[in-house]
Design a protein around this ligand. Structure first.
Ligand code: PLP
Length: 355
């Protein structure tokens, strides 16, 4: 088994396949080292886990509950399981991670709920399509029951839902009584791009549960489910334990998130990653042989390159996804650890190979 990039570890800064190719922020590594000293209560009853919850209450401007898990897939699948019955449907974008990249975990953890993929530009769910889907065959025992809508913020193509778009979707979701989930694997990038508050972008727009991503933006192995509808907390806690997502030494996960949330590291990292993607986008725009596909509003750039440029970059050791879409379409992802020099080197390489 393999993925289509590489399994090797490399110190080269030519890996633009994903933001999870980056390491971890030094502040986070230091926090884990500090957490290794002494004893702490297990299974999330330690003081650092409590501090993470306190910080998230502050950031989201209300009481929230928090479940720390080790992967974004677990955060998504467990959240969806708490929001739909097995006979329900999960309305999502056809390009969403839950629909394409989670090996059926949402279907498995929901005990068989059906994912219903919808369209829309830039991997954002089209509001008109959603308006029809939330009522489609509702109450008909011959069909699955529309139960939850899941949006990804920032999206899989590097776009962000604006605050107005989220509010519109939120009202479409809530009016017939569905639940609202947000896959925030790159939530920090969206907050940094929009300048709107975390509260406005989530619960104030109707979001019940947020998969609060961190691993792509500086942590090692820690993600969180942020629970706005706290009536779901007990069920989620049982589900997380049953899924093997309640770490006995949870303090190590908590230490990562605590450092991530301290002094706005999460926003500083995301702001940097977005700036690096913008630098790349601006540089590519000036190369006539390159077609930019959509706007990179967060840290992901999609473009079309001539095949010989793709081949030359690969042979120079660059790593990126290039064989998942139409021929010539590539995805380049910047991260908190990408330097301006990394971007300029990549741009030089593209220029050289298109010359
Ligand atoms: C949009 C999105 N959601 C969720 C995830 C979670 O992934 P993982 O389970 O690999 O942490 C990813 C990772 O690529 C992602 O891009």
């Amino acid at each position: 088994m393999s993925n289509s990039t590489t399994t090797a570890t490399t110190t080269a800064t030519r890996m633009f396949s994903s933001d999870n190719a980056a390491g971890a922020s030094p502040e986070i590594v230091d926090a884990v080292v500090r957490a290794a000293a002494g004893q702490a209560s297990p299974y999330g009853s330690d003081t650092v886990t409590a501090e993470v919850r306190r910080r998230l209450c502050e950031i989201f401007e209300r009481d929230v509950d928090v479940l720390i898990v080790s992967t974004g897939t677990a955060a998504n699948a467990l959240s969806l399981a708490a929001l739909t019955p097995p006979w329900g449907s999960v309305l999502c974008h056809r390009d969403s991670h839950i629909n394409n990249d989670e090996c059926g975990a949402p279907e498995f953890y929901t005990a068989g709920a059906k994912l219903v993929p919808l369209g829309g530009d830039d991997a954002k769910i089209d509001a008109a399509e959603l308006r029809a889907a939330v009522r489609n065959k509702a109450g008909d025992v011959h069909s699955v029951e529309p139960s939850v809508v899941s949006v990804t913020q920032a999206t899989e193509t590097g776009a962000v839902y604006t605050l107005d778009e989220l509010r519109t979707l939120g009202s479409v979701v809530k009016e017939p009584g569905l639940r609202f989930h947000m896959d925030g694997a790159r939530f920090a990038g969206a907050v940094a791009a929009l300048g709107a508050t975390p509260a406005e972008l989530t619960w104030r727009a109707g979001v019940d549960l947020l998969s609060f991503g961190a691993t792509k933006n500086g942590t090692m192995t820690a993600e969180a489910i942020v629970v706005f509808d706290r009536s779901l907390t007990a069920e989620l806690s049982f589900r997380a334990k049953r899924a093997g997502q309640l770490a006995s030494k949870a303090r190590f996960h908590a230490a990562q998130l605590d450092a991530y949330l301290t002094d706005d590291l999460w926003l500083r990292n995301a702001t940097h990653a977005n700036a690096m993607a913008a630098r790349l986008q601006d540089g590519l725009k000036a190369i006539p042989e390159v077609d930019l596909l959509g706007a990179a509003e967060a840290n992901i750039v999609f473009c079309r390159l001539p095949q010989q440029v793709i081949d030359s970059l690969l042979s120079e050791g660059y790593v990126f996804y290039h064989d998942r879409w139409e021929p010539g379409v590539v995805r380049l992802v910047a991260s908190f650890a990408t330097s301006p020099q990394d971007i300029d080197d990549l741009l030089d390489a593209v220029r050289r190979h298109t010359a």
